[in-house]
Design a protein around this ligand. Structure first.
Ligand code: UT7
Length: 359
């Protein structure tokens, strides 16, 4: 008797299970995939070489080149802010895509050097380019900021909420570097890169997958302690150089080598690709040795790797979009190519994003 009573309930839950599965599948089909339709970048004109740094720092071109791969970096003139670089890159992008700023729905600015605490750099950028129909926000993900921001943009497009999301990675790192600290000053540069995220057309794959990670226990290895609510600016915070980047380079290096390779390999594996399927690998550029280690672990052909750290140094959130934009300008990527991005930075934050180029 008991078995007979249970039977209809069993059938019902089986039915509901199947029904919700089908509804989910139908919803998935109705969702929009997202793709990058245009990229652009801008770096300030002023170039500072390693030899220039030798003049006032206890360092050498040889040390910087062999330990990091950096030969020079671009630096802003006084009075130029993150939004200025992002605005110039955005204007170039709008021209390339052939659209007006008023068509943009949303602006996400990944940065650790906003123009000011508030208003957001996204709002300042909106005003500078005239994107009067957009809303926007800043995203603090350090070197992984652009990958985080792209993943966020994908959600807006995926849900159908927006059709044109402008994603910027922009940083004026020289505004938070101690010019007397050879451990950090030689490593960074200023710049901005942007990408436009839009829905795919029928048959296009666009952005396929992403992996986003963070581990707050790594915060103590790379940080800027002053200026926030914990240590508001005072004479003391200035004297103690708390408004500058502090980094335990050796510790970050170890985690970065493992993290970059891990998310690069994992995203390929779970999408049933192998390294030889990748046409373009755009890694974060903090140190050419970190990139080399990741590339070696992946077994990737070096000719597929974007490496421009020699010219720009580490531009934090701008690094990946600058790399992507340059690769497009140099025709290194074509429709249908598999592109992989990966990054590691302060937080710790790290992540990867895989896409089929559909611009
Ligand atoms: O993008 C955000 C994430 N950041 C990173 O991924 C950065 C990860 N770390 C690194 O890229 C490397 O650790 C650095 C480039 C920061 C440093 O390279 P390293 O090979 O790990 O050098 P080190 O820190 O072990 O320092 C070696 C020596 C030290 O001298 P002693 O203690 O051996 O006498 C440093 O004081 O090199 C010295 N040094 C320098 N010498 C000349 C440090 N900076 C300089 C310099 N010029 N600029």
């Amino acid at each position: 008797m008991e078995d007979d009573k249970d039977l209809p309930a069993c059938n019902l839950s089986f039915l509901i299970g199947h029904l919700s599965f089908f509804i989910l599948e139908i919803r998935r089909d109705l969702l929009y995939n997202a793709k990058i339709t245009a990229t652009a970048h801008y770096v300030p004109k002023k170039v500072v070489t390693n030899e220039d740094l030798e003049k006032f720092l206890d360092t050498s071109d040889e040390w910087i080149r062999t330990r990091t791969g950096i030969r020079q970096r671009h630096m802003v003139e006084k009075g130029v802010a993150t939004s200025d670089l992002a605005a110039e890159a955005s204007r170039r992008l709008l021209e390339r895509r052939g659209i007006s700023a008023s068509e943009i729905d949303c602006i996400i600015v990944a940065t650790v050097t906003p123009d000011m605490f508030f208003p957001s750099t996204a709002c300042i950028l909106q005003e500078k380019i005239g994107a009067r129909n957009a809303w926007g926000f800043d995203l603090s993900g350090a070197c992984t900021g652009f990958v985080y921001a792209l993943a966020a943009a994908v959600q807006f497009v995926h849900s159908g909420a927006h059709r044109k999301v402008l994603v910027a990675g922009a940083d004026v790192m020289t505004s938070i570097l101690n010019p007397q600290d050879r451990n950090t000053y030689v490593l960074f540069g200023d710049g901005a890169g942007v990408a436009l995220v839009e829905p795919t057309s029928p048959g296009e794959e666009g952005i396929l997958d992403f992996i986003l990670r963070s581990d707050g226990s790594g915060g103590k290895y790379l940080y800027m302690p002053g200026g926030g609510s914990l240590n508001p600016p005072t004479h003391e915070t200035v004297q103690k150089k708390m408004h500058y980047v502090h980094q335990d380079g050796r510790a970050v290096f170890k985690y970065a080598v493992v993290g970059m390779a891990e998310v690069s390999l994992e995203i390929l594996k779970r999408n049933n690709f192998c390294a030889s399927d990748v046409v373009l690998y755009v890694p974060h550029q903090a140190n050419s040795r970190i990139v080399d280690a990741a590339v070696e672990r992946m077994g990737l052909d070096k000719s597929k790797v974007v490496l421009n750290i020699d010219r720009y140094a580490n531009t934090t959130a701008a690094t990946i979009p600058i790399g992507l934009s340059e690769a497009c300008e140099r025709n290194r990527v074509r429709r249908g190519d598999l592109v992989l991005m990966a990054s590691f930075g302060a937080g710790f934050t790290w992540g990867s994003l895989l896409l089929r180029w559909a611009a």
